[in-house]
Design a protein around this ligand. Structure first.
Ligand code: HEM
Length: 169
């Protein structure tokens, strides 16, 4: 009898000390107790734009990625106009897909990254390895923009990874 009691007490203590706190870790809530959307956890529009801006800097210093983006450097509108447009497009895409109010109006992920887009053909194929390097640059950018919560970073990476099948050639 004593053993059963000890057993039940151990389960109760384990639940209170470990399981219940674990359930709440990563569930950030707003003032009304509602769970925050990824959009909110990324710092809403301003946070997303600053993360994407830092990511473009991270992409620019990765020799595996830069050849793909060279086409954007000679776009009309002067140096950087193409990258600025890309930043806005990616920010809209992340904004919409993380729970914000933006409406992404650019090409579909498959269309933009397919070999049928003549602007994508110079740098070769987007392999899984290239895609992983891109995700690393996106996460590095988010960290440099001040997002440090690991569960937010993981959720952001998962959102971006959802496009893998559309983008990897
Ligand atoms: C999560 C993964 C990715 C997302 C969410 C993403 C998002 C986007 C978006 C929103 C655009 C703009 C499309 C438009 O102008 O209508 C774009 C264009 C582009 N992306 Fe990606 N992208 C991803 C992965 C990649 C990778 C892995 C590469 C190459 C390493 C890449 C290279 C480019 C280039 C070069 C363009 C410009 C295409 C053009 O101007 O025609 N992207 N991307």
């Amino acid at each position: 009898m004593k053993t059963i009691k000890t057993y039940i007490t151990s389960i109760a203590i384990f639940s209170i000390m470990v399981l219940i706190p674990l359930t709440y870790i990563g569930c950030k809530k707003d003032d009304d107790g509602d769970e925050l959307s990824l959009y909110e956890k990324l710092g809403e529009r301003a946070g997303i734009e600053s993360a994407v801006e830092q990511s473009i800097l991270a992409i620019s210093s990765d020799p595996e990625l830069t050849p793909f983006f060279e086409v954007l450097l000679v776009d009309e509108g002067g140096m950087g106009a193409g990258l600025e447009a890309l930043k806005e497009n990616i920010a809209d895409f992340v904004d919409e897909n993380s729970g914000g109010n933006a409406t992404y109006a650019g090409m579909s992920m498959a269309e933009a990254h397919s070999a049928a887009n003549p602007r994508m053909t110079n740098a070769g194929e987007i392999t899984d390895q290239v895609y992983n390097a891109f995700l690393d640059a996106m996460i590095q950018g988010a960290q440099q923009a001040g997002i440090s919560d690991q569960s937010t970073l993981d959720e952001y990476r998962d959102l971006l990874d959802d496009s893998r099948d559309d983008i990897v050639n």
